[in-house]
Design a protein around this ligand. Structure first.
Ligand SMILES: [Zn+2]
Length: 266
């Protein structure tokens, strides 16, 4: 049967002589694997269509799980993401999250549009350290692990003085903080941004200017959250970490647990 759908390439694997199997993330049909014959041959019409991050219109035949490309055209190449190592590293991380963290049942139309908006924002040169944190928040929401940020995850109190605990489910109040001595102390601005990230639609993101110390806290909080709840080791994270070290961000404010052993989250 012949299918036709739009999608963004989130993975490409070499296959046989000059072929590629790509995975596209679609707004209508979750994720779909497609064999692109000859995609690695220099003269292939579909070499660029099959590249990572390409947003295209794909027509393919399908009988089993895997489709076989019949025709296609590029709607948006996101060339800016491939030409710039910094943007490329963040975009690869976002694509790998869609590929490996987001399950088939969670690959919704809404998340597709958040992913596309993430690529667009990165391509436009918006601050990747903010764009990617928002997208991480969209992913944890999509897979059912959104942190509680407005009330204590342990007792439900809404009065302030919160710390951030990945183990206990997000914000924890002063009375409950003894349950997780390693919970992070975050600046008011960091809390505010985490709450905004939870609610914002990435398509509506304007320019946003955040201090490096706050960005470092956001990263630590999201990384701890994702490590604890998703437990995925993504290849692209390691590369991104090496890349970000070049920025030499200041260390986030942390509270060491009583044994002095600080949780490694970097
Ligand atoms: Zn509490």
């Amino acid at each position: 049967m012949l299918y036709r759908m739009e999608g963004i390439v989130i993975r490409g694997t070499d296959y046989g002589e000059g072929n590629k199997i790509i995975t596209i993330f679609t707004p209508s049909h979750g994720k779909q694997g497609i064999v692109v014959k000859g995609a690695r041959k220099p003269k292939s019409r579909y070499a660029s269509l099959a590249q990572l991050f390409t947003y295209g219109d794909f027509s393919f035949y399908k009988s089993g799980n895997l489709g076989s490309l019949n025709a296609g055209e590029i709607l948006e190449s996101y060339r800016e993401l491939r030409e710039n190592l910094d943007r490329s590293a963040y975009a690869a991380y976002a694509a790998e999250m869609c590929d490996r963290v987001v399950g088939e049942e969670d690959a919704s139309g809404y998340l597709f549009h958040q992913f596309k908006a993430c690529l667009t924002a990165l391509a436009e040169g918006k601050d990747p350290a903010i764009v990617i944190r928002i997208f991480e928040m969209k992913v944890v929401h999509a897979v059912g692990y959104a942190p509680m940020l407005d009330e204590c995850a342990a007792c439900g109190r809404t009065e302030g003085g919160f710390r951030f605990s990945a183990h206990l489910g997000g914000a924890i109040c002063e009375r409950c903080r003894h349950q997780d001595p390693g919970a992070l102390e975050l600046a008011p601005q960091t809390w505010k941004l985490l709450r905004i990230f939870s609610r914002i639609d990435l398509r509506q993101l304007g320019q946003i200017d955040v201090k490096p110390a706050i960005k470092a806290q956001l990263k630590t909080a999201m990384r701890r959250w994702m490590d604890h709840h998703l437990g995925m080791k993504l290849k692209s994270v390691h590369f991104l970490d090496q890349w970000e070290k070049l920025d030499e961000l200041p260390l986030p404010v942390r509270r060491s647990p009583p044994g002095g052993q600080e949780e490694q989250s970097e």
